[in-house]
Design a protein around this ligand. Structure first.
Ligand SMILES: N[C@H](CCC[C@H](N)C(=O)O)C(=O)O
Length: 281
């Protein structure tokens, strides 16, 4: 069976998107997705994203496999790509604005296509309690803000935020000096994170401009992480380092993130572009 796909990227975080509207189960297994993501033996991507039929009052369902075959709850850059892909599948006129209600393992997420081609996403509320991350770095009902964590014989102060998927944020003086390939895997598999963890290293340039690098759970070093940028803004607000809206500069480019605090949702605005279409198998 050949499977058609379209390759999309959001700030260089790239995905194979598959029209899966005809059945409730993904057309590829996690093992097949892993092979598709291989940058030498496959198409090459940070993940595979499936557009499935909606559930309840949602238009569609998004499922995603990381390049290691694991299934995360959500993907910020990926859902912007999914929204653009759906508009293409529905043959929506370019330049018009549309929003979709997407069922995900992180809850209902609402991306809106803006007339300029960018996508604005209501990413839902951040989860801040240790049990919601999940992590053992504090009592289950407590938040994890500037807690000590020993990694690579160094003591880091970390703040943990879930956007449906788990993130560990640490603020540093010079983000370019971080040895991501050495530190990333040690954070990712640390025993304090029973579901593993996405790790963001952040340099506050100004309260409305932060630079970050990311080691993603199940995907390694990527050029951008949308849920990670949201988690970084939330951690910046919780630690009084940044304003309620900021530009988060990733290696692949900037995302605009805003959070009014408390029970309010986090909003993310950024690009998503098609690259090419092809067939698998
Ligand atoms: N690797 C992440 C999923 C992809 C998230 C990232 N690509 C984004 O844009 O949010 C995880 O296992 O939680």
């Amino acid at each position: 069976m050949t499977v058609e796909f379209t390759k999309y990227q959001g700030l260089g975080n790239d995905f194979v998107l598959i029209d899966n509207r005809q059945q409730a189960e993904p057309l590829l297994t996690p093992e097949q997705a892993q092979k598709v993501c291989d940058r030498n033996f496959g198409v090459g991507a940070d993940g595979v994203i499936f557009v499935l039929p909606g559930q309840g009052d949602t238009d569609y369902t998004m499922r995603i496999y990381n390049s290691d075959g694991s299934e995360p709850e959500m993907c910020g850059n990926g859902i912007r790509c999914l929204a653009r892909f759906i508009a293409e599948l529905e043959d929506k006129a370019a330049g018009a604005s549309h929003s979709y209600r997407i069922h995900t393992l992180a809850g209902v997420i609402v991306p809106e296509l803006l007339p300029d081609g960018q996508v604005k996403v209501n990413m839902g509320q951040p989860r801040l309690l240790a049990e919601q991350i999940p992590t053992t770095l504090n009592s289950p009902e407590e938040q994890v803000v500037q807690r000590p964590l020993a990694v690579n014989d160094q003591n880091w102060l970390v703040t943990c935020v879930s956007m449906g998927n788990p993130h560990c944020i640490t603020f540093v003086e010079d983000v370019a000096s971080i040895h991501l390939e050495k530190l990333g895997p040690q954070f990712e598999t640390h025993s304090a994170f029973p579901q593993r963890i996405n790790t963001e290293f952040v340099e506050v340039v100004r309260p409305d401009y932060l630079k970050m690098r990311v080691w993603e759970r199940g995907a390694g070093s990527t050029l951008a992480c949308g849920t990670g940028a949201c988690a970084v803004l939330v951690a910046g607000v919780l630690t009084a380092r940044c304003q309620s809206a900021a530009t988060i500069e990733l290696p692949g480019g900037p995302l605009e993130i805003a959070w009014a605090g408390g029970e309010e949702p986090v909003y993310m605005t950024g690009p998503a572009e098609p690259v090419f279409t092809g067939h698998l198998g």
